[in-house]
Design a binder for this molecule. Structure first.
Ligand code: NAP
Length: 674
């Protein structure tokens, strides 16, 4: 019997009063116990807010991203331990990969995005500065800073590792400590994962705590800087989000719930097309992966009326080949549900669906199980229902049987398919298997607002597609209405759930100081040495180089035109150029100006500048004609370390003509050695 502990205010606390027993999904026998009613809830919150938060906020976004990467690699080396534990949850090896490897992969993506898309500082800038006054002396911009509280993560039983890591990665990257509360049924796997992370020594003190078993009255003690991220059933979500203290203090409550996700076979995807076969395969996979215990699993299958029989036959043929049994056996394709009570719940919900439809595959009292006792383990067969009149039926659109249970239904035309899709009243994901762009667009316009994610797949994408049910860290996960109205992941968007966006207003120097990024109009400093001779560590924000000027001649323009082959009429034909609304006559090429600009500002000798890696936000603002002259102003806008050898310098570059009009503006990126 495993004792599953909690980690509270720096101490491991074993199960005690009020501990709950956890059974094996395969044998039904008691396996572990978890929970202790005497957890020091207030101390835990204080420990997180005061010690964890302070430690995390001392680190920069890059420090925290590096920590995530190290944690992910640490877990990767130990994933077999998590696999071994997970079999008793009923999951197969391929299910563990979704959970364990999927969770670690999510952490790695956040680590990479944190380094690439966030600054090596403490303030995240949301959008460019806004000029709020006439001269630019009063500016505004939006910034995001970490919440000064604690994030409480409440997770569902079906992904004991992914569930914890997909929430922890953006939270820690934001700089917010977390208290993790996994579902009791599978908390022994989460405990092992959290214990590994704590033992790694990679987390600062107070960053992560764990509650196994009940959460006690923790939600009653949360404050306005805290946040709750919940994943689980709609019923529990409703109860928890209604906690008076959460509402009184406007505590953020993000909810990822169940939903009646659907998949549509496009009208073009007739039997014999690659899309038809792909559809059948995706539906079968989504029905049986994790024994259907996936929040994104396909619950409703929508098929053109003419193909309903063909689809039922094809899906049933594939389901018939799925071997159900002990997940430790290599031949097992589908394991058990997590517990006997989950099995009861699934069968009850299936009965509700059956009241409106016909069971066409998978009788729950007639299926075989390999390597385990069917009566003791929480086994059920995949069950496919056919609802012939989905306009009248209600249960098939609102009953989530959280197991391998789906209902197939016919549609007449695309508007009907859209209507059926939207009858789910909000879902995490809907998929459409089609090779017709018009079908994809019509469904998007008619239904995207009902779904957090739309997944299109066809013959072109199927070799690489990640699958209907896979929430990817780069893409938003969550959905409106029934799905909870929450949002997670989606790259850096997911980090923002743990940060406060604040509009700041003030002078350019004040904005520069806060945002750690030079704002135009801010103080420009000059140094006696050319900035290209100064290392990454030496140069400072606002450091500016003003070049001498250079006159552009007609010969320059013609030489450039013939050398590059760019003989566009605006550079070569005065009358034609004049007829164009943008040009006074023949003008210099924009690229010629950029090249001359480089000639005006570079320092040619080998030095700290290693490479020019790009230009951003280039705008040509005033034409430059022969006889005009240009000069360049180059200002250090932002610095981002990239590795131990060099960092990226973002320069604000302005090209002026002889009248001080801005001819072009852009950001130049260079890699500079330390
Ligand atoms: P659940 O019964 O709603 O439980 C979810 C979590 O809430 C568990 O950690 C549970 O802890 C906790 N909880 C329950 N009552 C609580 C209370 N009074 N105070 C604090 N915490 C409380 O859901 P589940 O059975 O674990 O998971 C299955 C459901 O989750 C399905 O409906 C599925 O669709 C949904 N799900 C959604 C997503 C998504 O991303 N949208 C992902 C996975 C699953 P205990 O276990 O200790 O009761």
């Amino acid at each position: 019997m495993l004792d599953v502990s909690s980690f509270a205010a720096g101490q491991w606390i074993a199960p005690g009063t009020g501990a709950r027993s956890i059974e094996s999904a395969i044998t039904g026998e008691a396996l572990a116990q978890a929970g202790n009613a005497a957890l020091p809830i207030q101390d835990m919150l204080g420990y997180a807010r005061e010690i964890g938060g302070t430690n995390l906020r001392r680190m920069t976004f890059h420090d925290r991203a590096k920590m995530l990467k190290a944690l992910a690699l640490f877990l990767m080396e130990r994933k077999q331990t998590l696999y071994d534990l997970s079999y008793d949850t009923g999951a197969t090896l391929s299910d563990h990969k979704i959970d364990v490897d999927g969770g670690i992969g999510t952490m790695l993506v956040f680590a990479a995005k944190g380094r690439r898309e966030m600054p090596d500082g403490h303030v995240y800038l949301d959008g460019p500065p806004e000029q709020l006054g006439k001269t630019g002396a009063f500016m505004g911009r939006h910034i995001c800073t970490p919440l000064l509280g604690v994030a409480v993560h409440i997770n569902a039983f079906n992904f004991p590792v992914w569930g914890v890591l997909e929430k922890l990665a953006p939270t820690l990257l934001a700089g917010v400590p977390a208290i993790v509360k996994p579902a009791t049924a599978t908390c022994y796997v989460t405990e092992a994962c959290v214990r590994m992370m704590l033992d790694s020594g990679l987390l600062p003190e107070g960053a992560v705590q764990l509650v196994t078993g009940g959460l006690g009255d923790m939600l009653d003690h949360l404050e306005c800087q805290d946040a709750v991220a919940f994943t689980g059933s709609a019923q529990t979500a409703l109860k928890l989000r209604g906690t008076p203290n959460l509402m009184e203090n406007s505590v953020r409550f993000a909810s990822e719930q169940d939903s009646l996700n659907a998949s549509v076979l496009g009208p073009d995807a007739e039997p014999g097309t690659p899309e038809f076969d792909l559809f059948v395969k995706e539906v079968q996979r989504e029905m049986t992966a994790k024994a259907g215990q996936k929040c994104t699993a396909i619950r409703r299958i929508m098929v053109p009326h003419a193909h309903i029989d063909a689809v039922i036959t094809a899906i049933s043929d594939r389901l018939a080949k799925i071997q159900i049994g002990d997940p430790r056996l290599e031949s097992t394709r589908m394991g058990a549900l997590v517990s006997a009570s989950q099995k009861r719940d699934v069968l009850e919900k299936a009965a509700l669906i059956q009241a409106e439809s016909e069971l066409v595959f998978g009788a729950p009292d007639a299926f075989s199980v390999t390597g385990a006792d069917k009566e003791k383990g929480a086994f059920v067969p995949p069950m496919l229902f056919h609802c012939s009149d989905p306009d009248i039926a209600r249960r098939v659109h609102d009953t989530e049987a959280f197991g391998p249970v789906s209902t197939i239904m016919p549609y007449r035309d695309l508007p009907h398919a859209i209507d059926l899709l939207n009858k789910g009243k909000g879902s995490l994901v809907a998929s459409v298997i089609t090779n017709d762009g018009d079908v994809a667009r019509d469904i998007t316009l008619g239904s995207a607002a009902f779904h957090g994610r739309l997944y299109f797949n066809n013959r072109t994408s199927m070799g690489e597609a990640s699958g209907h049910g896979a929430p990817l860290p780069h893409m938003v996960h969550g959905g409106p209405g029934r799905a909870g109205g929450g949002e997670e992941l989606g790259g850096i968007r997911g980090v923002m759930h743990y940060m406060q966006r604040t509009a700041i207003q003030g002078s350019p120097d004040i904005l520069t100081a806060i945002g750690e990024q030079w704002v135009p109009g801010g103080t420009e400093t000059t140094h006696q040495d050319h900035p290209f001779t100064r290392t990454f560590s030496q140069i400072t924000l606002g450091e500016t180089f003003n070049s001498p000027s250079r006159t552009i001649t007609l010969e320059d323009i013609e030489t450039f035109a013939h050398f590059t082959g760019d003989t566009f009429y605006a550079h070569m034909d005065d009358a034609a150029a004049k007829a164009n609304p943008f040009f006074p006559g023949r003008v210099a090429h924009g690229y010629l100006l950029l090249s001359f600009a480089a000639g005006l500002f570079v320092q040619p000798d080998p030095g700290p500048v290693l490479a020019n890696t790009g230009l951003d936000n280039l705008r040509f603002m005033a034409p430059v004609a022969a006889g005009d002259s240009i000069r360049v102003r180059l200002t250090v806008k932002h610095k981002t370390p990239r590795n131990d050898e060099y960092g990226e310098v973002r320069w604000h570059v302005t090209l002026y003509n002889q009248n001080d009009d801005v001819a072009a503006e852009y950001e130049l990126l260079t890699m500079n050695g330390y």
